[in-house]
Design a protein around this ligand. Structure first.
Ligand code: NDP
Length: 248
């Protein structure tokens, strides 16, 4: 299948690195006009340059998904610049692993407000446009949205929560032609682990990840592209994609 997103508009959160950047490049490569959002505008500019360099259409917007007004403004910029939103990719996230006992609760607040509340705010802001254009919302969840592990209680809670939110949303909007897609990657080689503040948790996940062949961000981007490029009547609701070496 050759994916064709000509005439479609996609908004990708957390597009300054990793899966979000690769997804923005992939969607633009298939012909979508892409709005890339994140807090680090210098990094966003590099992604935008890659897209325009390949002949794509892109708009970079400074976005903090934890701030509801910032999310609303990004959707409004997408509509003003490109005329609507067909695909929202809620990808922005942080994974601040560590045990519950003695945890730094600012890590918890960051994870809940970014991974869960941020995706919820953006979904709400974009939904009228997705309904109007029979679009799709892609939630970048995780294997941690299916399996909780020691040291990942709050990260898993955000991803289980995102999956629950998405299933209820699917029931609310599928009758109006909106596709809800949950993508659940296993270990992907990105910057995500670098931000872990608990030294023990960071060392443990790095050791486990480096012992296997990890997914690349582009591997996950292909899964997103596959889901959103389907005909209007096809809803790919869930994609679980692990490295073949990942047993957990
Ligand atoms: P990266 O750290 O490379 O990317 C995370 C992105 O989220 C960055 O672009 C960052 O941009 C953005 N972000 C973080 N906080 C905010 C915020 N408040 N507002 C806007 N953007 C924000 O990691 P990944 O690409 O790996 O992560 C992307 C998603 O994939 C996450 O949801 C993660 O949970 C999920 N995932 C990752 C896996 C992995 O193994 N890597 C496995 C399964 C799921 P900036 O800092 O510029 O704002």
């Amino acid at each position: 299948m050759t994916e064709n997103l000509e005439g479609k508009v996609a908004l990708v959160t957390g597009a300054s690195s990793g899966i979000g950047a690769a997804t923005a490049v992939a969607l633009a490569g298939a012909g979508a006009a892409v709005v890339v959002g994140a807090r680090r505008v210098d990094r966003l500019r590099e992604v935008a340059e890659r897209i325009t360099g390949a002949g794509g259409r892109v708009l970079a917007v400074e976005l903090d998904v934890t701030d509801e007004a910032s999310g609303e403004a990004s959707v409004a910029r997408a509509v003003a610049e490109f005329g609507g939103v067909d695909v929202l990719v809620n990808n922005a996230g942080v994974m601040l692993l560590g045990p519950v006992e003695g945890a730094d609760t600012t890590d918890w607040t960051r994870m809940v407000s970014t991974n869960l509340l941020g995706a919820m705010f953006l979904t709400r802001a974009a939904l009228p446009h997705l309904v109007a254009r029979k679009g799709a919302v892609v939630q970048v969840s995780s294997t941690a949205g299916r399996l909780a592990r020691a040291g990942g209680a709050v990260y898993a809670a955000t991803k289980f929560g995102l999956n629950a939110f998405s299933e209820a949303l699917r029931l609310e909007v599928s009758g109006r032609g909106v596709r809800v897609v949950v993508v659940e990657p296993g270990v992907v080689e990105t910057e995500l682990r670098e931000h872990i503040t608990d030294a023990g948790a960071k060392e443990a996940i790095e050791r486990a990840a480096n012992a296997i062949r990890q997914l690349t961000a582009e591997d996950v981007a292909r899964a997103v592209l596959y889901a959103v490029a389907q005909p209007e009547h096809v809803a790919v609701n869930e994609i679980l994609v692990r490295p073949v070496d990942q047993a957990w």
